[in-house]
Design a protein around this ligand. Sequence first.
Ligand code: NDP
Ligand code: BG6
Length: 513
Amino acid sequence: VSSLEELKDELLSITASLEEDVRFDIKEKEDTVSITVVGASGDLAKKKIFPALFALYYEDCLPKHFTVFGYARSKMTDAELRVMISRTLTCRIDKSENCGEKMEQFLGRCFYHSGQYDSDEGFAELDTKLKVHEVGRVSNRLFYLSIPPNIFIDAVRCASTSASSANGWTRVIVEKPFGRDSESSAALTRDLKQYLVEDQIFRIDHYLGKELVENLSVLRFSNLIFEPLWSRQYIRNVQFIFSENFGTEGRGGYFDNYGIIRDIMQNHLLQILALFAMETPVSLDAEDIRNEKVKVLRSMKPLQLDDVVVGQYKGHTEGGVTYPAYTDDKTVPKGSLTPTFAAAALFINNARWDGVPFLMKAGKALGSKRAEIRVQFRHVPGNLFKTKLGPDHDRSTNELVIRVQPDEAIYLKINNKVPGLSMRLDRSNLNLHYAARYSKEIPDAYERLLLDAIGGERRLFIRSDELDAAWALFTPLLKELEEKKVEPELYLYGSEGPVKAHHLAYRYKVQWG
Ligand code: NDP
Ligand code: BG6
């Protein structure tokens, strides 16, 4: 039986990879794709982008004629770039022996050009080098802006004027932050659109590339049992939880200008909320899905300061280990009020969700690393078994948990009879545990997103009106917090976060999961 199951899994995975190949139509098979990582010497490029490109290459997902270029100011030869990249490539997807060989082949397709981000000359030189590799074929060019936001526009201007494709497509992946409020975000969009049309801009939110976030629509719209329950009629509250068990280590300079609300809530958690709460889209087409997400975002009630709790971690010593405070980071100004934790209650003003609290919680330097969606259902009316459910009756309503990471799982908490002669109930999980069910490694979010950008699939990227709606929701709150200089509640590094977060949940008769 087990080998039959394995065979079935294998067939499913072959079908899936064939489906992925369809993204590049036959005509495009002879075209070239050049992927330029702008800011190639940086942290994100090394940690995520190059490894994701290698994984795609390894899985035969990249088009036949592709080249990877690194572009940054640092002086490096092609060989040095390859050494740098090779340090972070892993054979995690490979159970067999040919990973080293594949790595060498991949590295052989990687090149480097050093130049300034605001230099037309630098990008024109890059263009010349790209042409050498394109050898007269139709050239498609993808630029990944993995650089600080203050130089986005310079790089886009130079790339679009001096290094865009002459006969194929040119696309630009833009990393967050997309501004820090409505005004700066609108200015960024306006500036980008001086050089690119909306269809060329791929705003990345890597949470949309996570397996379980992508699966949300499948769960909702391809199973009969969930959608009828997906409303205020059956759902008591929904929680979106992001927690990291480390601080801003090394990124304090960036973080202090943004804070956890901009870093996580306004984008990653809000995007998940939109996918969770949207109406059924007309189709799976990118525009149909993004239209529905925008509608939900625009239906949200303005956020009230009263419905928000902010916190900041403080240092302490335990068992001989010293945990730093946020403000111990040398790049963080003394006395900074920037929140490293926030919790908020949000509401959607529409017929489906009226009155249902959508609670968000995001924090750094907490006790665990996890990202989860928790859906708590209403009580069973006139429950025959109320007395058998024990004193913690409130905890005995059904709960659906979508564990985005780590150890991906979807489980439903149900009440169940304990086997035996007595009528005793307990809580059990109907559990879809990914590691147990699927033998295939889950791809990194960046792999999916890069593949989609190459294939021109925009579904998982943020459209400008979505971004406007997201900022419209958070900007007034952020301004109020900053104008009133609201002091974050201090919480211990490694703890559960501020106590006030529990008070907030309690106000809506909710317990954090
Ligand atoms: P880095 O700070 O590592 O910068 C990337 C490269 O940009 C550097 O190697 C450097 O290359 C160049 N650079 C850095 N500062 C400046 C400057 N002031 N002026 C000109 N060039 C500069 O950034 P990351 O790799 O961490 O992030 C890249 C982008 O991705 C940013 O927008 C970030 O917000 C976003 N991001 C990053 C994440 C991460 O985990 N790192 C997560 C999510 C988003 P050189 O000196 O060689 O030119
Ligand atoms: C980034 C944030 O967008 O997401 C970081 O800027 C955060 O602060 C990171 O650590 C978390 O991503 P992941 O995929 O590790 O959960």
